[in-house]
Design a binder for this molecule. Structure first.
Ligand code: ZN
Length: 505
């Protein structure tokens, strides 16, 4: 008789049950529209057990689930992958099936290699013993657990690492650990460099086994604003303000199930070309230094990552560190499952990638020789840069052109789509824009995002105004509702077929 349960720290699934010897379950969607992460235990006589993960349409990137290979451990041994040949995804019935070779006693099964709260605690306690390391509890989570930041070294250059803004993205935690452990091997580097590392941003999510992406009311990695709702984000921002310096920040994540590892710079249109190139110079070094067991290639950079944010643009940790301190800032997405060469990754590969992160940071700081990157091309920057406007998304079928304060969007076909942002700060009573339109139709959504002039940050609140576009004879003025005394405007143009001209204020 087999028994399935989650009665252990980090155990997390829903609808777990045994039906005819088959384990059925779904992943927890705690306060989120998405699920992905899960972990549970089986107790039984041993032998192969069929498991079926249900409601897979809720999983972020569910169309790539056929590349998922879950992991298991028996009798407290090391985790390993289940046999990939037993894994299949059937999107029609929203099920992912796989076989687990259990042993007598307890077998644990998880979406990918776990990095549970007890490991976070053990890692911090271990590193705290090392000379030159301080551990500071800078805040508490909503659940009252400690939020801690490690500090290594006392050099002039400040390197920041954060992991698990999305709690279930465990590869990032291994990368962070690998980087910290490698830096500790190089006291000479740490004389010139200081590293601040936050291994668990969503503390409660890590402890409870939540996936955490897009957790309501605001994703942890969209909370870098004047009124953060996440105590950990508020604490990290205050701590970073106290330090006052950031030369490089890497925010460590894991991507959708089928994705390889890749680097994402700060929103492309908010970077100068020089900053774009500097970010990719770091990316090229990481590409050259990354281990075979977990490669990160510049060529795997995803253009779609440009479209990750909407009106929360700039509220990511990397966006904030770049804006506030001028840091070279990037998100590193480390694959859960496969590398580009078809190889399945392991924690050892992730730790080795962390080591490469430390070396790339040292090379960038001139503390070790730069690797040869001559055969690694920089990705081309393809976003138009303007003096008064920024692109939130890649324009699709729309040509954008700036003329003084006016932005002109021309779309010859009915699918024209563009999303732009005006950094100009408007008082609520003057929250208005002018437009001219020539064409048969289209829609314009205008998000007014609250702005805090004292902190030079968005407040995190937005209001939305929508209008159907009709041809105009002369410029029209539209006043929008602002959620705060000050705001900035975002314009999303949909089904544009014609020419739209926009000016703010
Ligand atoms: Zn993430």
């Amino acid at each position: 008789m087999i028994h399935a349960h989650t009665n252990f720290p980090g155990g997390s699934v829903r609808d777990l049950r045994v039906e005819g010897g088959v384990i059925r379950f779904a992943a927890v969607r705690h306060e989120s529209v998405y699920s992905m992460w899960w972990q549970f235990a089986l107790n039984g006589p041993g032998g192969p057990v069929r498991c079926i993960w249900e409601s897979t349409d809720e999983v972020l990137g569910s169309d790539g689930l056929d590349l998922v290979v879950p992991v298991y451990t028996t009798a407290g041994g090391s985790w390993r992958r289940v046999d990939p040949r037993t894994c299949y995804h059937n999107p029609r019935v929203r099920e992912f099936g796989f076989m687990v070779p259990t042993a007598a006693g307890e077998t644990r099964v998880a979406y990918c290699y776990p990095y549970d709260w007890d490991r976070v605690e053990a890692f911090i306690a271990d590193v705290a013993q090392q000379p030159g390391v301080t551990v500071r509890e800078v805040g508490k989570s909503e659940g009252g657990r400690p939020f801690r930041v490690l500090k290594l070294g006392q050099g002039e250059r400040h390197l920041w690492l954060t992991a698990r803004h999305h709690a279930g993205e465990t590869p990032g935690a291994y990368v962070l650990e690998g980087a910290v452990r490698e830096l500790l091997q190089h006291p000479r580097w740490l004389a010139s460099m200081t590293m601040h590392a936050a291994p668990a941003m969503d503390v409660d999510g890590v402890a409870e086994g939540w996936y955490g992406k897009e957790r309501e009311p605001r994703d942890f990695n969209r909370d870098y604003c004047a009124r953060p709702c996440r105590p950990e984000v508020r604490a990290l921002m205050a701590y970073a303000e106290g330090i006052g310096k950031a030369d490089l920040i890497l925010d460590l994540h894991a991507p959708a199930p089928p994705d390889f590892s890749f680097l994402v710079p700060v929103k492309e249109s908010s970077l100068s070309l020089q900053e774009w190139v500097a970010t990719w110079e770091f990316g090229r070094m990481l590409d050259a230094l990354a281990p075979r067991s977990c490669p990160v290639r510049v060529m795997d950079a995803q253009p779609g990552a440009m479209n990750w944010s909407g009106e929360t643009m700039g509220q990511t940790s990397t966006g904030w560190f770049h804006r506030r301190f001028g840091a070279i800032a990037a998100t590193l997405e480390t694959t859960y499952h496969h590398s580009h060469d078809g190889r399945l990754v392991t924690p050892r590969g992730w730790l080795a990638l962390g080591k490469a992160v430390a070396h790339a940071a040292a090379a960038q700081s001139g503390l070790r020789s730069r690797p040869d990157v001559a055969d690694i091309e920089l990705p081309r920057s393809r976003v138009p840069r303007f003096a008064h406007w920024q692109c939130v998304h890649w324009p699709q079928g729309v040509t954008l052109h700036e003329e003084g304060q006016w932005l002109e969007a021309r779309s010859p076909n009915p699918d024209g789509y563009a999303w732009v942002f005006s950094p100009r700060v408007l008082a609520a009573e003057a929250a208005r824009f002018r437009y001219e339109y020539a064409g048969p139709g289209g829609a314009l959504a205008v998000h007014a995002r609250g702005y805090d002039p004292d902190r030079d940050l968005s407040t995190g609140d937005t209001s939305l105004t929508t209008l159907e576009l009709r041809p105009t004879r002369r410029p029209r003025t539209v006043t929008v509702a602002s959620p705060d005394p000050w705001c900035q405007l975002f314009f999303r143009m949909k089904h544009l077929r014609g020419t739209l001209r926009l000016a703010v204020g």
